[in-house]
Design a protein. Structure first.
Length: 435
């Protein structure tokens, strides 16, 4: 698919009009006079701005079906209400919920994701159909979700998806995702590491999300979670680890993450919604050299996958909490929400000649994005996902002028509604609906 982006601006502080040539999967040239002999598509428009495609560093895709189901509740009652319904998810529910998530991401300019859930095997076909770049992290947890067969069957599921994607040229990568240090035994965590080493796949883990998690870990093991993982299991050594949240971590844990080149998914909105207090020490992690990426978390705790809106909350929360605007800047947040994840975990560059063409195209012809003094500020502070005009991933158009090319929008929304009702009916039969 040859695509020419004509007379557009690359989002930056002083952008100029330029052209971008995309041939097959890659960006082949960038410059004001660049052209392609007969492009299949030419995208052009006044006030059209582009950025590297946004990347959602942390989500639980099928939880779209729980969007708005449990709000205005403290963490524990919130979890109880969510889990009561979530245990009635089937493989089909996961696939249908994930498809809704892919549709939402494409429509809001997000070209990639790192998921963390069960039944990833049933999500894989829709992930590949969507055309997005992403990671399917097979969740492993003990003592909960026994309907999913316990940790043994979850580990098997992780193995299945890892072997299925081994040596494939798919845009989708497998990961193993132990839920958290306090919800997996040391033995299970070691099995996850062995699996990651065998298949050379990423590891995703929630860590230090709440103060309670950290206090409990400190009491039982003598160490906070990141330090314990490092000391007890050499968890981060020579591995591609994405640690999610890292809200209540100490300076020496930041150094552990930096020394081992770990990535962190910073999820501002879910932390605000569930009100467990604290703020991940993002400026300190950046200074130490940790790759910090932005994620939305699942839609039960967000309630959207709109990465443009997420950037705004992510930056404002830091400024507000630290009494210091500019501690993290708009260009930094944009990098954290786009190129950082691709660079660290897919090991590919963004928006340069020779790079795979993963590009979000925004139409700023809207009142809330004008005038445009600084297009980075416009995207981060004023725009929202609905400003997306088109989305290209790996050289393929996933959305053109607001029309999704890879998924049937109407059918996906309809299926999600029907499946949600089925889940609720199953839960009702078992008296699992919590008001
Ligand atoms: Zn999560």
């Amino acid at each position: 698919m040859d695509i020419l982006l004509k007379n557009i601006k690359i989002i930056s502080e002083k952008p100029t009009l330029t052209n971008i040539a995309i041939e097959d999967q890659n960006i082949t040239a960038i410059g004001p006079n660049v052209t392609i002999p007969s492009p299949e598509y030419t995208i052009t428009g006044k006030r059209f701005y582009i950025s590297p495609a946004l990347m959602n560093a942390h989500t639980h895709l099928p939880m779209t079906l729980l969007r708005g189901y449990s709000d205005d509740l403290p963490l524990f009652p919130w979890l109880q209400k969510i889990w009561a319904l979530e245990r009635h998810f089937t493989k089909e529910s996961c696939s249908i919920g994930a498809e809704l998530a892919f549709l939402e991401m494409i429509k809001s300019g997000c070209g990639g994701f790192a998921d963390f859930y069960f039944n990833e095997d049933s999500i894989l076909p829709v992930a590949e159909k969507s055309g997005l770049r992403g990671v399917l992290g097979a969740g492993v947890i003990e003592g909960a979700f026994l309907e999913q067969g316990g940790e043994k069957s979850m580990l098997n599921e992780a193995k299945t998806i890892a072997s299925k994607l081994e040596n494939q040229s798919s845009l989708i990568k497998a990961a193993v995702a132990p839920h958290a240090p306090h919800t997996c035994s040391e033995e299970t965590l070691q099995k996850c590491l062995d699996l990651a080493d065998k298949y050379n796949i990423m590891i995703i883990i929630h860590a230090s999300e709440t103060r309670e998690d950290v206090i409990n870990m400190q009491k039982t093991s003598g160490y906070p979670p990141i330090e314990w993982l490092d000391k007890q299991l050499s968890f981060f050594t020579n591995r591609d680890v994405l640690a999610v949240h890292c809200v209540w971590i100490q300076q020496r844990e930041i150094e552990i993450l930096a020394n081992h080149n770990a990535g962190v998914a910073y999820c501002a909105v879910s932390g605000q919604k569930l009100a467990y207090g604290g703020l991940a020490p993002v400026p300190e992690m950046i200074s130490a050299g940790v790759t910090v990426c932005v994620g939305t978390d699942g839609t039960a705790s967000n309630n959207t996958l709109d990465m443009v809106r997420e950037m705004r909350s992510a930056i404002n929360l830091i400024s507000h909490n630290r009494w210091n605007p500019g501690l993290v800047t708009a260009p930094q947040i944009l990098d954290m929400a786009s190129r950082s994840f691709r660079k660290r975990f897919f090991k590919i560059p963004s928006l340069t000649e020779g790079a795979p063409a993963d590009i979000s195209i925004f139409d700023f012809n809207t009142p809330h994005t004008n005038p445009i003094h600084n297009s980075v500020s416009t995207l981060v502070y004023s725009a929202n996902g609905s400003n997306t005009h088109s989305l290209i991933v790996n050289g393929k158009l996933l959305m053109l002028n607001g029309v999704v090319q890879t998924l049937n929008e109407e059918r996906v929304i309809e299926n999600a509604e029907i499946e949600t009702q089925k889940i609720k009916d199953r839960a009702k039969k078992k008296s699992d609906i919590i008001q």
